[in-house]
Write a protein that binds this ligand. Structure first.
Ligand code: ZN
Ligand code: ZN
Length: 412
C-alpha cells in the first residue's frame, strides 16, 4: 500500500482515539469484535492508545469464519448458549472506568445459507447476554465508540467485480472520505463538525416539538415526542464529563419517540441487513406506538419474528435526522452496514431508546423511564426511511406547524 494510504490510516486511527473515543491518559481500553483480518489496523490503534497514555489495552478478537463454522458444525440445540466471559470482560473494563472500542464489521451474506431459526436463536441469546453491557452503554457510563473498516467479505459485497487489492483499496478510500480523514487536520475538522451537530440539537431542544410529521412517498408518519426529550448529536458525555462521539462516521441528530405515540405508515428506503438476513422493501403500520402490520418483499417472516422479541421490539426507540446531502449519501452506495448507512439519511429504530435522550435519563429508574415514554427492549434495530423527497414538520405544543426538513435537507 502507498505512503498516502499509510498517512490516511494513521489519521483515521488518530481521529478514532482522540475525537471518537476521546481516550483519556491513564484509562484502560478494551477493543471488542476486532476482526483478525484487520490485525494491522488494530495494532496501530493499540500503539497509538499507549502513546496517548492508556494504562492497559486488551483486545477481544473475532473471526467470521469461526462464526460460520459454528453454524455448520455445532449441535443444533446449542445456539442459545453464549460465552458469558466475553460479556464479563467488557463489564470489568467499564466498571473500572475504561473505554470500549467496538468494530461493527460483518460480511453481509455470511449466514445467507444458514437456518433462519438458528440465526434468530443465536441473536436472541446474544441480546439477552449483552443486556448488562447495553444497560451501561445506553447511559454512557463510559466513553465508547463503534467503528468499521474494510474486511474482504464486506468489500466483495460492495464491489463484486473488482480484484481483492482493488476492492479493499476502494473501500478504504471511501471510508477515508466519509469519515473526513483526508483533511490536513482531521481532528479539528471533526471537532468543528461535531459542534455543528450540537448547534442543530440546541435549536431542536429549545423547540420541544410535541410531535414530528414525516411525509414522503410511502411514508405518512406522526411520531409523538415525550416531554423533556433531548436531541443529541456530535458529542456524548459520560457522567464524569468525558466528551466523546460514539460513532464514526456520524451525521445524525437523534432523540427518542414517545413509545405510545407513533401513528401511520412508514416504508424503508434501503434494505436492512441484519445478521446475515436481508429484509427488503418493508413497510410498517403503527397505531398507538405499536407496529400492527408488517409487509416485506423479502425477509418478512424474519422481521415478524424480530419484533416479537419482546414488548418493546414493536415500538420505536429512536428518530434520527440526517440531511440527504451527507457525505455518506453522496457516495451513492448502499453499504449493507447500518453504522455507515444510518448516516445517509433519516432513520428510525425499533426497540430500546437511549436514556440520555430524556432529561435526567442517566439517573432515573427503569420504571420512571417507561412512564416518561421511553421504550425498553433487548433489541435496537435502525433502518433507513430518508430520501430527497422527505419533508419533516415539527408540531409545537400549541398545534402550530413548522418545517424542520424539506426535500431531505434542513429547513432551519
Ligand atoms: Zn441513529
Ligand atoms: Zn440507532
Amino acid at each position: 500500500m502507498s505512503s498516502e494510504f499509510e498517512k490516511n490510516l494513521d489519521k483515521y486511527a488518530e481521529v478514532i482515539l482522540k475525537v471518537t473515543l476521546n481516550l483519556q491518559s491513564g484509562q484502560k481500553l478494551l477493543i471488542t469484535s476486532a476482526p483478525l483480518e484487520l490485525a494491522p489496523l488494530v495494532r496501530l490503534i493499540v500503539k497509538k492508545a499507549y502513546q496517548i497514555g492508556a494504562r492497559l489495552v486488551s483486545v477481544l478478537w473475532d473471526d467470521e469464519q469461526l462464526i460460520l463454522t459454528r453454524f455448520q458444525h455445532a449441535p443444533r440445540d446449542s445456539f442459545n448458549e453464549y460465552p458469558v466471559w466475553r460479556i464479563n470482560s467488557i463489564l470489568e473494563v467499564i466498571n473500572e472506568g475504561g473505554a470500549i472500542l467496538s468494530f461493527d464489521n460483518e460480511t453481509p451474506d455470511l449466514l445467507m445459507n444458514q437456518d433462519p431459526k438458528l440465526i434468530m436463536t443465536s441473536q436472541q441469546s446474544y441480546f439477552k447476554n449483552i443486556k448488562p453491557v447495553l444497560d451501561k452503554i445506553f447511559k454512557n457510563e463510559s466513553n465508547w465508540a463503534v467503528i468499521a473498516a474494510p474486511i474482504d467479505g464486506w468489500a466483495k459485497k460492495l464491489f463484486p467485480n473488482l480484484s481483492y487489492d482493488d476492492r479493499i483499496k476502494k473501500l478504504w478510500d471511501i471510508i477515508f472520505d466519509i469519515c473526513r480523514v483526508k483533511y490536513e487536520d482531521p481532528v479539528s475538522v471533526w471537532k468543528q463538525h461535531a459542534m455543528q451537530l450540537l448547534e442543530r440539537c440546541k435549536y431542536l431542544n429549545k423547540k420541544q416539538y410535541k410531535a414530528l410529521k414525516l411525509i414522503a412517498p410511502g411514508i405518512d408518519l406522526k411520531i409523538g415526542l415525550p416531554k423533556d426529550h433531548i436531541w443529541l448529536g456530535g458529542y456524548d458525555y459520560t457522567p464524569n464529563g468525558i466528551k466523546f462521539t460514539a460513532n464514526i462516521p456520524t451525521e445524525e441528530v437523534f432523540t427518542m419517540p414517545h413509545k405510545d405515540k407513533t401513528e401511520g405508515v412508514v416504508t424503508a428506503t434501503k434494505p436492512l441487513y441484519f445478521d446475515g438476513n436481508q429484509i427488503e422493501n418493508f413497510k410498517l403500520k403503527f397505531s398507538k406506538g405499536e407496529v400492527i402490520e408488517v409487509t416485506a418483499s423479502k425477509g418478512e417472516e424474519f422481521l415478524k419474528e424480530l419484533i416479537k422479541t419482546d414488548q418493546g421490539a414493536k415500538r420505536l426507540g429512536e428518530i434520527a435526522l440526517v440531511p440527504n446531502t451527507s457525505p455518506v449519501s453522496q457516495s451513492n452506495l448502499v453499504f449493507y452496514n447500518i453504522l455507515v448507512d444510518e448516516n445517509a439519511s433519516n432513520h428510525i429504530a425499533l426497540g430500546r431508546a437511549y436514556k440520555t435522550n430524556i432529561k435526567n435519563g442517566q439517573t432515573i429508574s427503569d420504571d420512571e423511564f417507561l412512564t416518561a415514554g421511553g421504550n425498553y427492549s433487548l433489541i435496537h434495530i435502525d433502518f433507513m426511511i430518508g430520501s430527497d423527497k422527505m419533508n419533516v414538520n415539527g408540531i409545537l405544543e400549541d398545534g402550530s406547524v413548522e418545517p424542520v426538513m424539506q426535500n431531505g435537507e434542513w429547513a432551519f
